[in-house]
Design a protein around this ligand. Sequence first.
Ligand code: C2E
Ligand code: CA
Ligand code: CA
Ligand code: CA
Length: 284
Amino acid sequence: AKAAGKNQVCVFDPRLRAEQVGRSRLVSGLRHALSRDELVVHYQPVVDLVTREVLSVEALLRWQSARGLVMPDRFIPVAEDTGLIVPIGDHVLRRATADARVWFDAHGVGVHVNVSGRQLRRPDVVPTVLGALDAAGLPGRALVLEITETALLATGKPETALVAAHLSELREHGVRVAIDDFGTGYSSLAYLQRLPVDIVKIDGAFTRFAADPGDEARRRRALATAIVDLCATLDLQAVAEQIETAEEAEAVRALGCPLGQGYLFGRPVPRDQIAPLLGSPDVT
Ligand code: C2E
Ligand code: CA
Ligand code: CA
Ligand code: CA
């Protein structure tokens, strides 16, 4: 079980009980988080591994609750279970596209938004996404939707077809699709076949092979190589995630991976702190 929130009152143990209390508090807090404007979006750069130029940014949600900052791994699963992910996801989409307008106009820097399977199955997902772009004054090519396999796992095959249809329609408007955490699930390759995909984000688990030369690292390197080659063959853009050191950046670049993301290039930061990373305006 995951550690309970730090202000959790631990009555008499049973961990299950503590978790239930934690969870119901989380749910009720989350229900009000939107109206109280406690959900904020931070941004992390995605860079060209050769030039280090920032090509886009990923929107990552944080919850500034009265009891402290809550990270998405803690509340997104609950938001998905309760359906709150739909209004929350809409909020992120609106916020991220509005924020990205300035970067896109000045630098051609677009924005990646994480979306859950529940959002993608909704019949109104296409007008919702196009409406957000429209309100922000952004073209479709400024937006990448990131989907994790776990977000789709709950979905049966017919529903995957529905998601694929929605994504295809959005792609006709220039919106691109990224498969997130690639390689960590059971059916990553199946999703490449069933979904219209433009970008593959290679999970950090595969890119952390530079430092130690052991057997484990050799395997990771082999898998990373295979994924990068597969992407090249299928004309998909590969992004190596969670790059923390210069050695890791060089190692994945040497494999031919064109793009990277991670603390080495920049941590997720509030909107105001992203502008300085974007270099001089693109006016020539
Ligand atoms: P993700 O989409 O795979 O996002 C990348 C996560 O890796 C982020 O965690 C980011 O802060 C972290 N990260 C980035 N670079 C590094 C690095 O160099 N080293 C390490 N160790 N970590 C790094 P974060 O922000 O806590 O988000 C966790 C997950 O929550 C995301 O994983 C995504 O699946 C989900 N999430 C975040 N925002 C949203 C959202 O708006 N909607 C939905 N549906 N899910 C979201
Ligand atoms: Ca992501
Ligand atoms: Ca990821
Ligand atoms: Ca992840």
